[in-house]
Design a protein around this ligand. Structure first.
Ligand code: SF4
Ligand code: SF4
Length: 637
């Protein structure tokens, strides 16, 4: 007994030392305010919702989780000396047996998958815990079988597997004792090895879920310009939560499976990014005082420029990660360091940044011309006398200057006039919302643009904004309200921001406009990342299409949260795509495969990228790419 207590104490000491080492590794990160969410954590553990999206490993994980958690709980409660009625005890025994069988089946599934896997980035350090789990389970069942063959050779419904095994086992007390010892020692090994093997995710994944982001999905965190390097140069420049993300990564690869950069053969793998950060974290001294510390290797010794500039910020990796890890924000922080810390902005992006700095728009046309598109439509500035606008139409750089997307702006005006809506624009007082600057790593330029826009919005007393561009929509809705700084600018916290597709859908539903002319041909929808995955607006474009007369709608193979990116987000619109396949061509092929005549989208980047992608395929009758707003405008006539 005393020897057993010594062994248990040893296992617990090793466990605690290991956990504290891992704790200090991710706690070396910078400060970040995060509050925990018990309710969210329990809800997640109960249902495994995001793990179950991939149903086969999801169900198996559920079996392993419950097969592990419930018997453990029962054993702990039993050791606390509670007495319960015999029938309840037998029912609990049956439950433990069934869950033990589920755990055994799940462990065998994962062990087989691990042995068969040829993936070089498959989860590491999994073999020892899997072997230990198998020993724990098999020895446990054999001990129960040996016990039953000694004390209760008749059928025992509360231990079905133990009874089955007891048929073939001799009634040997020595065998029973041997199995109990093997079970006990394997449990101790399992506990002691937990922080050093893959099973550490039993602690880090729930912790990461507990501290998961509560702020809007599409909001990038700001940068501190006051202390330390700008952006992330080494792992120590990430916040503790960003390092906890790396600690919780189980290398399952779901992010890679959905990453357009990875799928199209570019050097970026969000899983590798997380694993590289984890490996650097493990080798970085925790408490060296110097900042920056030259002994810490820079992140770009592992994660190259080609990797970080391949990201389209489509958020597929964030959306698909079963434990709420966000690889994208690490990539943006590395971009920030490259751009603001080292001045290494890719050469192709320099023109757009210069345009933003000098003219305040990505096309370099200048603020004075920002309202030119609306001359013949009689669109009034928001502050026109007697206008009393219901909202501000935020036009965006593409809607104001891109000749093709100006048609969409005009179509929107036609719809609003048909519905008798009073609205205004900022015209020359509107600047780029700053999304391209922020996602290209130029945070100070973003803040400059954002603060000037916020000033205008407050000056004109804007309470509601409708915008055509999902990137403007995301920035105005999710990022502007949290931009602090100079109190003269104020914030946009109280302003409601709506995407045009949603607004027009409401007009149709309220009977203020009537789509009556049929749209000939079959239509598919391309979900823009910043409308769908980032802001979860999926239904308005579909509802609009279903309201059109005689419509033939077809979903693309990848839609809603699985939609494939157009390749233009995250500043990629202005960067060369000379590695791997072109993302827009891959999506264009999918559109052609759907055999549709029209592709509806709701984003200026998607329209340009997909139009180019489809044209480049040089097919005889290419599908036409239209914005959903143009489709409505032509249907109402
Ligand atoms: S980041 Fe998430 S999805 Fe990607 S490998 Fe890690 S755990 Fe899996
Ligand atoms: S945001 Fe999109 S492109 Fe960037 S790493 Fe994630 S999945 Fe890949």
């Amino acid at each position: 007994m005393a020897f057993d207590i010594l062994l248990i104490s040893l296992a617990l000491i090793v466990l605690l030392v290991g956990l504290s080492r891992r704790w200090s590794a991710w706690r070396m990160g910078q400060k970040e305010d995060r509050s925990g969410d018990w309710l969210g954590l329990f809800g997640y553990l109960l249902g495994h919702k995001s793990i179950l999206r991939d149903w086969k490993p999801g169900i198996t994980h559920l079996m392993v989780f419950w097969g592990f958690a419930v018997p453990l709980l029962i054993i702990i409660v039993a050791h606390l000396g509670f007495t319960i009625p015999l029938v309840s005890a037998r029912i609990l025994s049956l439950l433990t047996d069934i869950l033990g069988i589920a755990l055994l089946a799940g462990t065998l599934f994962f062990a087989t998958r691990r042995v068969r896997s040829t993936d070089p980035m498959a989860p590491k350090r999994t073999v020892l815990p899997l072997i230990l789990l198998l020993i724990i389970l098999i020895s446990g069942f054999l001990a129960e079988g040996a016990r039953l063959s000694i004390v209760h050779p008749q059928f025992s419904w509360e231990s079905p597997l133990g009874w089955l095994l007891s048929i073939g086992l001799p009634p040997s007390p020595i065998l029973m004792q041997l199995m109990i010892r093997a079970h006990f020692l394997a449990v101790l090994f399992f506990i002691a090895a937990l922080p050093f093997t893959f099973t550490r995710h039993l602690a880090s994944a729930p912790l990461n879920i507990f501290y998961r982001r509560k702020s809007p999905h599409g909001e990038l965190q700001g940068v501190s310009f006051d202390e330390g390097p700008i952006g992330a140069n080494t792992v120590r420049d990430f916040t503790w939560k960003q390092l906890l993300d790396a600690e919780a990564c189980v290398s399952c690869g779901r992010c890679d499976e959905n990453c357009p950069a990875y799928i199209s053969g570019k050097p970026l793998s969000p899983r590798k990014v997380m694993q590289d950060i984890l490996e650097q974290m493990e080798t970085t001294p925790r408490y060296s005082g110097a900042m920056p510390d030259p002994s810490i290797p820079p992140l770009n010794s592992r994660i190259t420029g080609d990797e970080i500039w391949a990201c389209t910020t489509c958020m597929a990796c964030v959306e698909k990660c079963p434990v709420f890890i966000e690889p994208m924000d690490k990539i943006i922080d590395m971009r920030r360091h490259q751009v603001m810390g080292k001045g290494l902005l890719p050469v192709e992006a320099r023109a757009v940044i210069r345009n933003l700095e000098i003219y305040g728009d990505v096309h370099g046309k200048g603020m004075a011309h920002r309202g030119d598109w609306a001359f013949k439509r009689g669109v009034l500035p928001i502050n026109s006398k007697g206008l009393d606008p219901e909202f501000l139409l935020w036009v965006g750089c593409s809607g104001a200057f891109h000749s093709r997307y100006q048609e969409v702006s005009r179509a929107m005006v036609d719809i609003l006039k048909a519905a008798g809506i009073r609205f205004g624009i900022l015209g020359k007082d509107e600047l780029c919302c700053g999304d391209p600057a922020r996602r290209l790593g130029e945070e100070d330029l973003f803040l400059d643009l954002a603060r000037k826009n916020i000033h205008q919005l407050n000056m004109y007393g804007v309470k509601r904004i409708v915008t055509l561009c999902p990137h403007c929509f995301n920035t105005l809705k999710n990022e502007y309200p949290r931009i602090g700084g100079d109190p003269r600018w104020g914030t946009t916290g109280g302003i409601e921001v709506v995407h045009a597709a949603e607004y027009v859908m409401n007009l149709i539903e309220a009977g203020r406009i009537f789509p009556k002319y049929p749209i000939n041909g079959r239509i598919a929808i391309h979900d823009p990342c910043y409308l769908g995955r980032v802001n979860h607006v999926y239904e308005p474009p579909r509802k609009i299409i279903s309201s059109l007369p005689e419509v033939q709608f077809k979903e693309l193979q990848r839609h809603h949260e699985n939609a494939f990116c157009c390749g233009g987000g995250g500043g990629r619109m202005w960067l060369h795509e000379n590695l791997g396949r072109r993302i827009n061509s891959m999506r264009a092929e999918e559109v052609l495969g759907a055999g549709v005549d029209l592709l509806a989208t709701a984003c200026p980047y998607c329209m340009t990228m997909l139009d180019d992608g489809i044209k480049a395929l040089e097919v005889e009758k290419p599908p036409k790419v239209l914005d959903i707003i143009e489709i409505v405008a032509s249907s109402i006539g």
